[in-house]
Design a protein around this ligand. Structure first.
Ligand code: URA
Length: 431
């Protein structure tokens, strides 16, 4: 086959800060997916994009070309509108677990295609797989049937969605080209648009435990993704939310399922409840079913969301009543002085949970269902010398030392009487 472009010319265009044409973008992604553009050529192009950026037209075309590389799902035959949520990833971020059944209570279907964790942020599928019997892989027909019946499904994305992104993301991972706003935005949005949801709420995390450490960067990423979704006809809004401190009081797979069930039972930590309600309200709004936040909150306390959760888990073979796995060994991190917990660094807690066995370093590694970190004291709460701040959980006790190493300096205690300012969980909204 004679190729209409030369990969080196496309690379030079971006290297020299000119704008790629629609035809260049379409060709380079198609040719890369077929293997006609070499890995080293795409690697050079990704680096040129990271260094020189992309215009709105380029990102939009790049996203469309990644969508066109695979299949698109279609939920138009469902009896209910659809809404989905995507989080850019954080520590203790179990929000999908209570959120999907909660939104389903109000007649909106939630098709949540999720991933496994890599590095210090956990993956939703790893969390749910700690429930005995639960399976992540569903056929498209099973997914549609569950959406019609239960109204919520959390499952693995099939290989057919945006294959160009799959290949490119693996390449970016090993070439220092992940941290590019146009490449992150197009990667996330190509999968979400191909998934076919009618409305989308983006939870863009900001802080030490997130991809985006600074509010300005997070705002730019959110704006780029909201524009891409809106241009593709998906009603899209973004909330910028705090990830300087872990969400809730647990980081780790079964530990986070336990906490999610507490939220579905009307309890749980205030930040997890508040963020779940805020995201649910946005999803219902986007799906054309605006609902009073107090009514949404009530569904967490009166059994409706719990009922939807139990049906969602059972539909995928899980036993909602089964005991969750627990790690074999635990150790505590204790406060050395009286005072008020001043900081608890999300990144340190995330890496500790990962080192204890809750996460993986390579895609094929297994995870320990019971491993992770339990947080007994959150910033702003009083502590006494000798009081446990954290409990570390693992099946493999040789991991404790490395987890303690990263936690050293990851928290601090201020003198008794210090007022630690409350941290709002939602920092901004972009719509
Ligand atoms: N998640 C994705 O799916 N893609 C990125 O580029 C970054 C995070």
């Amino acid at each position: 086959m004679t190729e209409p472009f030369d990969a080196v010319d496309v690379i030079r265009t971006k290297r020299d800060r000119a704008e790629l044409s629609d035809a260049q973008v379409d060709w380079v992604l198609d040719a890369y997916t077929r293997g006609a553009v070499a890995e080293e050529q795409m690697s050079a192009l990704a680096m040129a994009i990271l260094l020189n950026g992309m215009t709105r037209a380029e990102v939009s075309r790049w996203t469309a070309a990644m969508i066109a590389s695979g299949e698109r799902m279609d939920f138009s035959g469902l009896s209910r509108p659809t809404a989905d949520k995507h989080s850019t990833g954080g520590v203790g971020d179990k929000i999908t677990l209570p959120l999907a059944p909660l939104v389903a209570v109000f007649g909106v279907a939630v098709p949540q295609l999720s991933g496994r964790g890599l590095g210090h942020t956990g993956g939703t599928l790893d969390k749910l797989e700690s429930i005995p019997g639960w399976r992540a892989s569903l056929s498209n027909a099973e997914m549609l049937a569950q959406l019609d019946d239960v109204g919520a499904v959390v499952c693995a994305a099939g290989a057919g969605l945006a294959p160009a992104d799959k290949k490119l993301y693996a390449l970016r991972d090993v070439t220092g080209t992940v941290e590019s706003i146009p490449l992150i935005a197009s990667s996330i949005m190509s999968k979400k648009i191909a998934e076919g949801t009618g409305a989308l709420v983006l939870d863009v995390k900001v802080g030490s435990g997130a991809f985006m450490k600074e509010l300005d960067q997070a705002r730019e990423l959110a704006r780029t993704m909201v524009d891409l979704g809106t241009d593709a006809g998906v009603r899209t809004v973004a909330l910028l939310t705090d990830m300087a401190v872990p969400l809730g009081r647990t980081a780790g797979n079964a530990l986070e399922v336990r906490e999610s069930v507490e939220v579905l039972d009307g309890g749980g930590p205030a930040d997890v409840v508040d963020l779940t309600v805020a995201l649910a309200v946005e999803m219902l709004d986007g799906a054309g079913r605006p609902t009073d936040p107090d009514e949404v909150r009530r569904a967490l306390g009166d059994g409706r969301a719990m009922d939807a959760w139990r049906r969602m888990i059972a539909a995928q073979g899980g036993d909602p009543d089964a005991a969750l796995p627990e790690a074999v060994h635990t150790e505590q991190v204790v406060a050395e002085s009286d005072g008020v917990l001043d900081t608890l660094d999300a990144y340190a807690v995330g890496v500790a949970a990962w080192r204890l066995g809750a996460g993986r370093s390579r895609r094929e590694d297994p995870v320990q269902a019971g491993a992770g970190v339990e947080i007994h004291v959150r910033p702003g709460e009083p502590v006494r010398a000798g009081q446990p701040l954290l409990t570390l959980h693992t099946d493999t006790p040789e991991r404790f030392a490395r987890a303690r190493e990263i936690l050293d300096g990851g928290w601090s205690v201020a003198p008794v009487g210090t007022t630690v300012p409350d941290r709002p969980i939602v920092l901004d909204r972009i719509g």
